[in-house]
Ligand binder design. Structure first.
Ligand code: FAD
Length: 564
């Protein structure tokens, strides 16, 4: 029997709703499912929404009866917002979050670096927006609830997993007893402590760093703008690092490193928290300002990943697949990209448009992303919390020099989470004109957004299928239209957008004007007849200066093997 708590989690700014459990006794007959998702964190819910967008139903099993405790992920990147836009929750995040683009680094009380993240008129979203994870989960849950393709089961905890011939079977504990559920595909989105990963005995590769950080969310009125604040070697916490972020609802996150040897229990003692937060407030000139504690936690940095995310019928995603340090805001932001990738790859397999081998492409690409992030975030982690005397000496040398030398200041750069580029993907076209373009997103890159009007952007019009952007102001040649029709006849979801015209053109489902040529310039398109092919996760897999039917046919076959 599983008895999740029915007491609402404490919070001074968020009202937790306790949802009704899904009870096994009320559903005596369980049919085999196409997809079962274990876990309703950001990874699980975005995967369910992505699958639904591609027409694939799923069951989401959530051990708890409420959303996650504490603010956890608070910084969401522009690419995450573009993904959240696709699943329909970006507007709510924009309406309630705090956007920002500047960061300030201080060393011994002196500001030594001001980071400015680029924000162009072509960007719909800010580089980063701050919002507590519970709110984001609430918006995702509302979207899941609204989808007829998502069967969401609160209070359902997976207690065992078996791989069978061609499917998986899970034992699920509920508040009124267990039941068994069979599924063609099981997605383990059960978080950093994944019970499924442990039960399957899968080792992760990478490193765990020593040293602990405390996260404390406090309600306080501080007159600072929404910018990231980093303090290195401050007087009250010598040799260590402190970060501060503004969150919505009058909350500030204070994130400080502990001296070596201090245990998490000691650090979370109310007196210890109070002394350190007061010291930090005094250092920033707000000694004695009244504040109230909401949530505190301790974490240490880990850079770990499974070397393969697909194991038979079980697919790992989000924190269950990799554990990334929070410096550079990687965890949830990476989970969104995993979910977007998994959604379309798995949908194609479930719908019979491709064989299970396509899932290996998902795994290869996303493990590649995790390894790249591990490499980058390892650098940030070693800067924030040097793991050895050598690293500390180097870090301190950079910090000291930065007081007088401009050239070292950019070394403070935070290396914020950015989308991985699938440059060497097996789905990229091999004989297109990728190398001949002088601008625009190349093979494997995410798309570049383009402003089309006051509140109208290119990415508002793309997604949910493969997208062919065809630059033209006349009808598409017959031969191209035939290749597209043949691909569609075999099930490939493919939408054609004519770019550079104010009227409908033959062969295109929609058209976008480009009267000032700005989009052509952003995409490096010199003349009509050029084209870009985007995968359903919007990454580029082919581009041509001049498209012809033979090369389009080859690109479509490569992008979705077995479909020509
Ligand atoms: C203090 C802190 C600060 C962070 N800050 C940031 C940040 O600023 N930016 C960022 O991008 N990331 C941040 N992260 C990381 C981010 O919170 C995680 O990466 C993100 O929540 C991962 O999502 P997930 O869905 O993979 O896992 P989780 O959010 O952990 O969700 C796992 C889900 O699985 C469920 N579950 C577990 N076991 C079972 C089971 N047996 N049966 C059924 N359900 C089960 C859980 O109840 C939960 O719903 C932070 C994390 C922490 C702890």
């Amino acid at each position: 029997m599983h008895t999740p708590t029915t007491e609402a989690r404490p919070s001074i700014y968020y009202n937790y709703e306790v949802f009704k459990p899904w009870l096994a006794s009320a559903h005596p007959k369980q049919e085999r499912q196409k997809v079962v998702i274990v876990g309703s964190g950001p990874a699980g819910m975005v995967t369910a929404l992505e699958l639904a967008r591609h027409g694939v139903p799923s069951v989401v099993l959530s051990a708890e009866l409420q959303l996650s405790q504490g603010s956890r992920a608070i910084c969401f990147t522009r690419r995450s917002m573009e993904i959240l836009q696709q699943v329909g929750v970006a507007d709510r995040v924009t309406a309630n979050g705090l956007p920002w683009r500047f960061g300030n680094s201080f060393y011994r009380g002196q500001r030594v670096f001001r980071m400015e993240a680029p924000h162009e008129p072509d960007d719909r979203f800010f580089p980063i927006i701050n919002l507590q994870q519970q709110y984001l989960e609430e918006y995702l849950y509302d979207a899941c609830k609204a989808s007829p393709l998502i069967d969401f089961r609160w209070g359902n905890k997976v207690s065992a997993v078996k791989q069978k011939d061609g499917h998986a079977e899970v034992e699920v504990a509920t508040p009124d007893g267990p039941y068994t559920l069979e599924t063609d595909w099981l997605i383990a989105a059960d978080g950093g402590r994944s019970g499924i990963r442990s039960a399957m005995n899968l080792p992760m590769e990478g490193a765990s760093y020593e040293g602990f950080f405390v996260i404390a969310d406090i309600r306080i009125d501080l007159p600072f703008p929404t910018e990231r604040l980093a303090f290195f070697d401050p007087e009250w916490n010598p040799g260590n690092t402190i970060l501060m972020h503004r969150e919505p609802h009058g909350i500030w996150r204070v994130d400080y490193q502990l001296p070596p040897g201090e245990t998490p229990e000691e650090a979370l003692h109310p007196e210890s928290l109070k002394t350190r937060i007061n010291a930090q407030l005094e250092m920033i000139g707000h000694a004695g300002a009244p504040w109230e504690m909401d949530w505190s936690s301790v974490y240490s940095a880990r850079t770990l990943t499974l070397p393969d995310f697909v194991h038979g019928r079980v697919i790992f995603t989000g924190d269950a697949a990799h554990l990334l340090p929070i410096f550079g805001v990687r965890g949830a932001n990476t989970a969104f990209q995993d979910a977007q990738s998994l959604g379309w790859h798995l949908a194609c397999v479930v719908k019979g448009l491709a064989g299970p081998a396509l899932l290996q492409n998902h795994s290869t690409e996303r493990v590649g992303a995790a390894r790249e992030i591990i490499e980058e975030s390892g650098k940030s982690t070693r800067f924030m919390a040097p793991p050895s005397r050598g690293f500390r000496l180097l870090r301190d040398a950079v910090l000291s020099l930065s007081l007088t030398q401009d050239f070292v200041r950019p070394l403070y750069h935070w290396r914020t989470s950015r989308p991985h580029e699938y440059t060497h993907s097996a789905l990229n076209c091999r004989d297109d004109d990728n190398a001949l373009f002088k601008a625009g997103p190349a093979h494997g890159a995410p798309p570049q957004n383009v402003r089309l009007g006051a509140n109208d952007f290119l990415l508002d019009h793309l997604g949910g299928s493969f997208d062919l952007l065809y630059f033209t102001d006349t009808d598409m040649p017959e031969a191209l239209q035939q290749v597209i029709e043949q691909a569609r006849a075999r099930g490939m979801p493919l939408k054609v957008t004519a770019v550079g015209t104010t009227h409908c053109v033959g062969g295109a489902q929609q058209h976008l004007p480009d009267s000032d040529g700005h989009m052509r310039q952003r995409y490096g398109v010199p003349a009509n007849g050029a084209a870009y092919l985007l995968r359903p996760d919007q990454h580029i897999c082919a581009r041509w200066l001049s498209l012809d039917a033979t090369r389009l046919q080859a690109a479509l076959t490569t992008a979705l093997p077995t479909i020509g």
